[in-house]
Ligand binder design. Structure first.
Ligand code: CA
Length: 237
């Protein structure tokens, strides 16, 4: 699974340089020159790392970082600041805004990639400890591949478990079929988007109270699927 890096930076030369080097290393990368556009994107799409410039045309990088940290879904998203001046660096270090690292411009793209990998490795170690994911009435244990709904165990195939685990780990995010194929089935696959529909249907039959009126695994018309952890009144068993 390719890791997705978001760069929020208004200097085009830097963006191009960073984009080239991260792509070469196998990352997916999206760029935004305005802080608010980057933030909007991050609220709708999962990401693994943010490279954040400080002086931006709208809100500054410090403000963006604070907003990320205030958002339940993004509070532990790694951030590396791209700072232009030593005063900015002092603020990164001095303010408790939760940056994971920083580089000072002009930086070598190779060094930035190395720092990014180090931050991501650290993040993965934290994630590995999250062996049990609980969301709403659902509980998934990755050690035993056991799933329970309202305390009741359900039998899942390993692909079904993987698909459910991915969706539950990104509550409320909408994923299209191609993205789910990439994330769950991987790149070398001989399956079609229909495969996703089939697996979603099977999962619904196993975990939903009313498979035809699903409340966990929702279809978003024209876009794909999402997991909703909300417990609806009157749907309880
Ligand atoms: Ca700038």
């Amino acid at each position: 699974m390719r890791q997705r890096v978001i760069i929020i930076e208004d200097e085009r030369d830097i963006v191009e340089l960073v984009r080239y080097n991260f792509r070469k290393e196998g990352f997916e990368i999206e760029s935004f020159s305005r802080g608010r556009d980057g933030l909007d994107y991050l609220r709708r799409n999962p990401a693994d790392l943010v490279l954040l410039d400080i002086l931006l045309p709208d809100e500054d990088g410090f403000e963006i970082c604070k907003r990320l940290r205030a958002d339940e879904r993004m509070k532990s998203l790694p951030v590396i600041f791209l700072t232009a001046k030593s005063e900015e660096m002092d603020r990164v270090l001095g303010l408790e805004i939760g940056a994971d690292d920083y580089v000072v411009k002009p930086f070598s793209p190779r060094e930035l990639v190395a720092r990014a990998k180090a931050v991501l490795r650290r993040q993965e170690r934290v994630a590995e400890k999250r062996e049990v994911v609980e969301s709403g009435a659902l509980r998934l244990d990755t050690r035993t591949q056991e799933a329970t709904v309202r305390g009741r165990p359900v039998e899942l195939s390993s692909l079904e478990f993987k698909l459910l685990y991915f969706l539950v780990s990104h509550p409320r995010h909408v994923f299209d079929r191609d993205r789910l194929l990439d994330e769950v089935w991987g790149r070398d696959r001989f399956v079609t988007p229909r495969t996703v529909d089939v697996h979603i249907r099977r999962l619904r039959e196993k975990i939903e109270e009313l498979p035809n009126r699903p409340h966990f695994l929702q279809t978003v018309r024209g876009s794909g699927y999402r997991f909703s952890p909300e417990v609806l009144e009157g749907v309880e068993a």
